[in-house]
Design a binder for this molecule. Structure first.
Ligand code: ASP
Length: 343
């Protein structure tokens, strides 16, 4: 009798274990990755206070998106709300704290793509929308177009009730000083390539923000927001608002947001190229990202990085610079925050 009792207890225990495993396996995978710009990031150039401030805001931002995803919210909402935190922080080159143009004005670019529908929206050269990522989403949802620019884009955003601020809202002391420094370098006939080797200039230039997410419904989304490059002229537009270059999302492959020297990212069609390598060649996200950043962007002489997530929750955080502000949270809630490449 005792034997039968033990056997029964054993069977019960094994059964419980199995059902617990099945439950764990069938839990939907989701995840979120963010960046706050890539460039020449050296420990010697960073104070302990700055290091801590960046890690703190990256953590705050990603937790906003993570809690949306955890509660079953959409990847679109997670990307938008996470980017708002970084756009509102003066530490990044997006929204408040964006870099200045040669005319000492602000011109903001942003884009968003929905991986389920392949709908996309972008704005370039706006001066008044407080949160450019929301303007990009509004273009996607409320206009028949994909990309609006300049005063028309600002007008469109205002028409659709997005928060409007005077340009002065975006200005910070730090960016005013870095514009002076970059202009001095230009007066000294330092070429863009030479400037890109000056850690101070590169660090001032960087700070574009981006977010990619996979929600519990299996949908991917990607968004990128930036002030572009310090001292930009002639209404220059970089890769950030260009779908396929700075931003791309497709449920069949991955969601990507890029940061770096925009001209090279446009020429390498970075975000779509990573997706295409996955779709047509069957590469994994890490391998695809490595190939595009090192063998395409790097080979052309450009620098920067990407963040990405695929439809299974695998991620990539690839760069050919010494650092990229970045963070990730997986389905289990495990948080990773990094700045330097060798962390
Ligand atoms: N990619 C941005 C641009 O070229 C700048 C950056 O990410 O640092 O406008």
């Amino acid at each position: 009798m005792k034997k039968i009792y033990y056997l029964f207890a054993l069977l019960l225990l094994t059964g419980c274990k199995e059902s617990a495993e099945i439950k764990e396996d069938s839990a939907p995978t989701f995840g979120i990755v963010i960046h706050g710009g890539a460039g020449t990031l050296l420990r010697s150039e960073m104070t302990a206070e700055m290091d801590a401030a960046y890690r703190k805001i990256l953590t705050q931002a990603i937790q906003v998106g993570y809690s949306i995803l955890k509660q079953g919210g959409t990847s679109q909402e997670a990307v938008e709300k996470t980017i708002h935190v970084m756009e509102d922080s003066p530490l990044f080159n997006a929204g408040k704290g964006a870099v200045l143009t040669a005319d000492e004005t602000i011109e903001l670019d942003a884009s968003f793509m929905n991986g389920e529908t392949l709908d996309a929206g972008a704005i370039a050269g706006v001066k008044h929308v407080k949160n450019p990522i929301s303007a990009a989403i509004a273009v996607m949802e409320k206009s028949p177009h994909v990309m609006l620019s300049g005063a028309g884009a600002d007008q469109f955003a205002q028409l659709h009730g997005l928060e409007w601020v005077p340009s002065e809202y975006f200005f910070t002391e730090r960016r005013i000083n870095s514009l002076k420094r970059v202009k001095e370098a230009e007066l000294n006939r330092q070429s863009l390539i030479e400037q890109s080797k000056d850690p101070f200039i590169v660090q001032q230039r960087m700070g574009t923000v981006g977010c990619v997410a996979l929600d519990q419904h299996g949908n991917l989304a990607a968004g990128t927001s930036t002030g572009g490059m310090t001292n930009k002229k002639w209404n220059r537009i970089g890769d950030a608002p260009i779908i396929g270059a700075g931003t791309y999302a497709n449920n069949a492959t991955c969601a990507i947001s890029a940061t770096g020297w925009g001209e090279f990212f446009i020429r390498s069609v970075v975000a779509h190229d990573i997706s295409a390598l996955m779709e047509y060649k069957g590469l994994g996200i890490e391998q695809a990202a490595y190939q595009v950043i090192h063998e395409k962007v790097g080979a052309l002489g450009g620098d920067g990085g990407i963040i990405g997530i695929d439809s299974k929750g695998n991620i990539a955080m690839e760069m050919n610079t010494t650092g990229m502000y970045r963070a990730h949270i997986n389905s289990q809630g495990e948080l990773t925050v990094k700045i330097y490449k060798d962390e």
